[in-house]
Design a protein around this ligand. Structure first.
Ligand code: IP8
Length: 249
């Protein structure tokens, strides 16, 4: 059983305060991951985390998005460096709860072609899983044919890895308990973007990769259903449940 779990950038950071880890929530989700793996040691778990207040502020400052690139190595290093620092914090938290977490930095292995198609080789991640590690990837800046380097969202990493690892389960741990309708109630199932287009507003903090709308679009591309839920439901998800919203393309 292979599970790909994304920890949203807004979950693990104070999203409106530059380069600030939300240590309380990060520790809670790390504890849930540690307990989940202890209960079910047959699960191969890949963790991906978003940028939150680490990646997005630097990306915005350098005007780098998923489609607008930069050839400025300093900009690339600043965005990647911030994400590396957040990755360290996530690794530390997971390690503190007994998770054999190791880093995987997309900048070093992934790239996009001129059509924007992502190539993220997964053989190394697969080997890590087989050796009992929990690979921890993150949204990053990656080389992009003809554009220098652009932003790679953690959501796109999740989709790519879920496909190349033939994952059985995909979960997005977000600050909200699922995809919400206009009344703020969780929509149990989403099967087409048009069903929720009106309900999905933009993200309210600096987010160059599209907030909830971007997540739903990315998850609709998957072969397996994906769950979107809040940290309070992470244990339920890891125990095999489907809390929050299930996105099924
Ligand atoms: O928060 C974005 O990842 P996301 C990463 O998963 C950067 O969209 C570098 C802004």
């Amino acid at each position: 059983m292979t599970t790909v779990l994304k920890l949203g950038g807004s979950v693990v950071t104070e999203k409106d305060s530059p380069e600030t880890v939300d240590h309380v929530t990060l520790d809670e989700v790390a504890a849930a991951v540690g307990a989940g793996l202890e209960t079910d040691d047959g699960t191969d778990l890949v963790v991906v985390h978003g940028g939150g207040s680490f990646g997005h502020h630097h990306a915005a400052a350098h005007e780098v998005t998923t489609t607008d690139g930069t050839h400025d190595a300093t900009a690339v290093r600043e965005i990647h460096g911030a994400m590396g620092a957040l990755n360290e914090a996530v690794l530390d938290a997971l390690s503190g709860h007994g998770v054999e977490a190791v880093p995987v930095h997309p900048l070093s292995v992934a790239h996009r072609n001129e059509d924007g198609e992502l190539d993220l080789p997964a053989a190394g991640v697969d080997r890590m899983l087989r050796e009992g590690f929990v690979p921890v990837l993150h949204g990053d800046v990656v080389a992009h044919e003809g554009k220098g380097a652009t932003i790679l969202s953690g959501d796109d990493i999740v989709v790519s890895l879920a496909q190349s690892l033939a994952a059985d389960r995909v979960g997005l741990c977000s600050t909200v308990p699922g995809v919400l309708d206009e009344d703020g109630s969780v929509i149990p199932t989403v099967t087409a973007f048009e069903d929720v287009a009106d309900a999905l507003g933009g993200s309210d903090a600096t987010d160059v990769t599209g907030g909830m709308a971007g997540k739903v679009r990315a998850l609709l591309d998957l072969d397996v259903p994906a769950s979107i839920f809040s940290p309070a439901d992470l244990s339920v998800f890891l125990a095999g449940g489907t809390p929050g919203t299930v996105v099924r393309g």
